[in-house]
Design a protein around this ligand. Sequence first.
Ligand SMILES: O=P(O)(O)OC[C@H]1O[C@](O)(COP(=O)(O)O)[C@@H](O)[C@@H]1O
Ligand SMILES: [Mg+2]
Ligand SMILES: [Mg+2]
Length: 331
Amino acid sequence: MNQFQTLGQFIIEKQADFPYAKGELSRLLRDIGIAAKIVNREVNKAGLMDILGSAGSENIQGESQQKLDIFANEQFISALRSGGECAILASEENEEVIHLSKHAKYIVAIDPLDGSSNIDVNVPVGTIFSIYRKSHDGPATIADVLQQGTFQVAAGYIIYGSSTMLVYTTGCGVNGFTLDPSIGEFCLSHPNLKTPPTGTMYSINEGNYVHFPLGVKKYIKYCQVEDPGSHRPYTSRYIGSMVADLHRNLIKGGIFIYPSTASAPKGKLRLVYECNPLAFVTEQAGGRATDGLGRRILELPVMELHQRPPIFIGATEMVQQAEVFMIASLN
Ligand SMILES: O=P(O)(O)OC[C@H]1O[C@](O)(COP(=O)(O)O)[C@@H](O)[C@@H]1O
Ligand SMILES: [Mg+2]
Ligand SMILES: [Mg+2]
C-alpha cells in the first residue's frame, strides 16, 4: 500500500480550510499539477526530442524564447482552459492576459518555465504560479490580475530537478510534494516546510558586481569576511534558475538577491509571475521577502503586468542584515 498522501488527497483534505471555496480552488491546483506532470515528462527527455534550443522568437520582455518556454506555456494554458476554474491567465510569455472561463472565480499568473537559460544544459528549471480570487461578479479584467501580493489565495512552484517537486501554500503554511514517477503522483514529502531563521548561503549573480548598488556591494563583502564568532564567510551558490536557488535556500537557509543593476535599473525579476508567488511561499515558510529597503514584496503596488522590483528573499535574519547595509548606504 502507498504510505504517502498524494497531492489530490491532500488538497481534498485541506479544502475545509477555505470556508468560501466550493472545490474550485482544489480543482485549479489539481489542473496545475496535471500540466506540471506533462512538462516534467518533456523536460526529462528533452535531449532526445527536438525541443531544446531557441524557438527563434522573443517574449514581451524582449527575451529570446526557448522551445520549452513555449511548450510549457501551452500546457498550462490548455490545462487551465479545460479545467474551467480560471477566469484569466497572465503568463510571462504573453503580452496580454488570456481570457479562459467566463464564469470562473480565479485568476492565475504563471512563469511557465523559470530558468530558461539553463534548459539546454540539464540544470534544474521550474514553474512558478500565483492564484488570486475575483472580488466581484462581473467579467474578470486586467485589474483582477494587478492585485497586491497579499491578496494571493495560493502560490507555489514546481522544480524539475534531480527529483520533481511541487511546493505550494494557501496561506496556512507550506507543503512540498515529490513526484513519484512509478505511480505518476505528487506525494507529500515535505509537510509544513519551514526555512531556518538564518543560514550560510548567499545567492546573487556576482558577475554584475560593478553594477550593484553600494549597499549590495557592502553586504557581499560582509558575507565573504571571516568571522570566527559567526558562520562567515558564507558559501556563494548561484544556479541562475530562481526556483532552484530559492528552493535550496528555503531548505538549507540562505538569501537570494536580485537587486537593481545598471542594465536593469528597476530589477530583473517579475513582480507578478516570480516575486509575489515566491514571497508568499517564503513568508509562509517563516522567511522574509523585501525590495532591500524594508518594503515587503507582497505589499508593493502592482502597476503593470510585467513590472520588475529588486528582490531580497530568504532567511529572515539574513534579509534583515542585507537591508541594514542597503539603508545605511542611502545616508
Ligand atoms: O542570468 P541572470 O541575470 O543572473 O538571471 C537569472 C534569473 O533570471 C531568470 O532565469 C528569469 O526567469 P525566466 O527564465 O523565467 O525568464 C531567473 O530564474 C533567474 O534567477
Ligand atoms: Mg522566471
Ligand atoms: Mg520563464
